[in-house]
Ligand binder design. Structure first.
Ligand SMILES: Nc1ncnc2c1ncn2[C@@H]1O[C@H](COP(=O)(O)OP(=O)(O)OP(=O)(O)O)[C@@H](O)[C@H]1O
Ligand SMILES: [Mg+2]
Length: 228
């Protein structure tokens, strides 16, 4: 994987080229095509925006290899965790980071909701329908999600903590975070859970590992931005 930060002009040219092309297949279109350059922070998201942008600008350095050896052993594969209450702009900001990488090219990106990942990980036998046949297209879709989450260069895992707490969910989240970090592939997570709440929900092991797998854990506070 190669993460590159281009000059402003190169970046604009790439972005224009991408704008004429397609959004990432996994991205919900409400987030298209706003990247970090076109993102407008609010008073409550400004600090998070600056930290997210700084995390993103630091990617090439953290992902650098010399003779196959990570130059920054600690930082290699480290992601970005955005936490905070409902509606504060976590997913919008995370999607802008993802699109900045997409517009720079050379990076495979993927957006997946945590609940969809849980669904995709359910056991194969649960795909057998009452008539005894398997739902092949559902199995294929699930397989694509699980494979993409393992292999994509940059993953946005949205809304961790949504859905019922269970050992199964804890296993899935732990597997993604540890697996991707060990493979040197950064992950952006959004969650309503604060880091302390991970322990009660997913166990001490994964809660502790957050501090290794994420270069920055950013809290976005304030009122919901959803006009009510
Ligand atoms: N910088 C911004 N300026 C103006 N509106 C914004 C901004 N960021 C997000 N919004 C709007 O606020 C609403 C909530 O944003 P978003 O879905 O990103 O929040 P969230 O923190 O992910 O919410 P949830 O916790 O429910 O997943 C959306 O309608 C979005 O368009
Ligand atoms: Mg969200």
């Amino acid at each position: 994987m190669e993460h590159v930060v281009l000059s402003r002009e190169e970046s604009r040219a790439k972005r224009e080229a991408h704008r004429r092309a397609k959004p990432p297949a996994s991205l919900p279109l409400v987030y298209w095509p706003d990247d970090l350059e076109s993102y407008t922070p609010t008073d409550h998201t400004r600090e998070a925006y600056e930290r997210a942008a700084s995390w993103w600008r630091g990617l090439p350095e953290r992902q650098a290899l010399k003779d196959y050896v990570p130059v920054d052993r600690e930082g290699y594969g480290q992601g970005l965790l955005l936490s905070g209450p409902y509606g504060t702009g976590k997913t919008t900001l995370a999607a802008a980071v993802l699109l900045s990488s997409w517009f720079n090219g050379r990076t495979k990106v993927m957006f997946v909701r945590f609940v969809d990942l849980l669904e995709a990980n359910r056991p194969q036998q649960s795909y057998i329908r009452p008539d005894g046949l398997e739902d092949v297209s559902d199995i294929e879709r699930a397989h694509d999600i699980v494979k993409g989450v393992r292999e994509t260069d940059l993953l946005l895992l949205d809304d961790v903590g949504r859905g019922k707490a269970s050992e199964f969910a804890a296993g899935v989240i732990e597997d993604v975070i540890r697996g991707r970090y060990l493979a040197g592939k950064p992950t952006i997570i959004t969650s309503n859970l604060e880091p302390d709440e991970w322990k009660g929900r997913y166990g001490e092991g994964v809660a502790d590992f957050l501090y290794q797998a994420f270069a920055d854990i950013v809290y976005i506070g304030g009122p919901s931005l959803r006009g009510r």
